[in-house]
Design a protein around this ligand. Structure first.
Ligand code: BDR
Ligand code: CA
Length: 309
């Protein structure tokens, strides 16, 4: 059997980020989670850092280090806070407080150092604004050669945004960072709203997650009850790494709009020869998802994690 893949999760927990952490934790045979870096996004860094620690602790990943990264976007004042995740970012479900403070290293530096320690095999998962990744690229221009790719949740290639008519939340919060990442030359898999709007759970699955025999003592059900968005955006990234065959995708060139206003963070995707106009694709854009298999995989993983803790 193949060795577990070394990964680093850059996130802004966030209920759906938290569910992504649980899903990673359910698959130690597939994922070697080297570090979690956090960024301001859904809530401020003062919440996302302890939230990552809280989730890793409940998921049995207490040894995984958490590094606090950017407290605001590169060019803008602190990003808009999302209203979707409750006051504390974790649906106010009353998880125990974080057991320890983040490690002293900055998140962007931690990305670089973790990449250097993994000899080109590290894969980055990003489920928040891309500020830390962009800063890491500015710190280490050789970062593209040090990692094997990025799978990220962000953008909306072929449909409307969820924060403005044109832009998705993660890209809208820090458009300049998204632009730096998309212009880096790193192979990117983009799980934007095109596909994450399909990443929903049926009423039957929701009932299973909150019923008397719910895995993880109903933790997923409680988190989802405090989450005011029907889509499991960030878990889609984990699903893709586990089972890429669940997804349909298209190669394209994604340009990020940085002009202030409603189009800030818009992801303009060119996929036809005419629109590419000679540019090489810079992303594999996920467009479709086998929802029943996604849901079954998620439920099975939560049961597996629940029985292993
Ligand atoms: C993204 O924004 C956040 O609210 C979610 O955590 C997800 O990463 C969806 O647009
Ligand atoms: Ca997120």
């Amino acid at each position: 059997m193949a060795e577990p893949r070394p990964i680093l999760l850059d996130c802004d927990p966030g209920v759906d980020d938290a569910l992504a952490i649980l899903w990673i934790a359910a698959h130690p045979e597939r994922f070697d989670l080297r570090a979690v870096t956090v960024v301001a996004g859904n809530v401020g860094l003062e919440c996302t850092a302890p939230n990552a620690r809280r989730m890793l602790d409940v998921a049995g990943l207490g040894a995984v280090p958490v590094y606090a990264g950017a407290h605001r976007p590169i060019m803008r004042a602190r990003g808009k806070t999302s209203k979707m995740h409750g006051g504390d970012g974790l649906g106010d479900v009353g998880l125990p407080p974080a057991t320890r403070a983040p490690e002293p290293l900055h998140g962007a530096q931690a990305i670089v150092e973790t990449a250097r320690a993994c000899d080109g095999r590290l894969h980055l998962l990003a489920t928040g604004p891309l500020t830390n990744l962009a800063l890491a690229l500015l710190l280490a221009p050789d970062l593209p050669e040090l990692i094997d790719g990025i799978t990220l949740m962000g953008g909306a290639a072929f449909g409307p945004g969820n924060t403005t008519p044109a832009a998705e939340f993660n890209f809208h919060v820090d458009p300049e960072a998204a632009r730096i990442v998309f212009e880096s030359g790193i192979p990117i898999v983009m799980a934007g709203l095109d596909v994450t709007r399909q990443a929903v759970l049926s009423p039957q699955a929701m009932a299973r997650l909150s019923g008397p025999d719910a895995p993880l003592q109903g933790l997923c059900g409680s988190l989802l009850a405090g989450y005011h968005d029907p889509c499991l955006h960030d878990p889609a990234v984990v699903a893709y790494l586990l089972e890429p065959a669940l997804f349909e995708s298209v190669a394209g060139h994604v340009a990020i709009v940085t002009t202030p206003g409603d189009t800030a963070g818009q992801s303009v995707a060119a996929i036809s020869e005419r629109h590419l106009a000679g540019r090489a694709p810079n992303a594999q854009i996920l467009t479709g998802l086998d929802q029943p298999r996604f849901e079954a995989l998620f439920l099975n993983s939560m049961v597996t994690l629940g029985t292993s803790l």
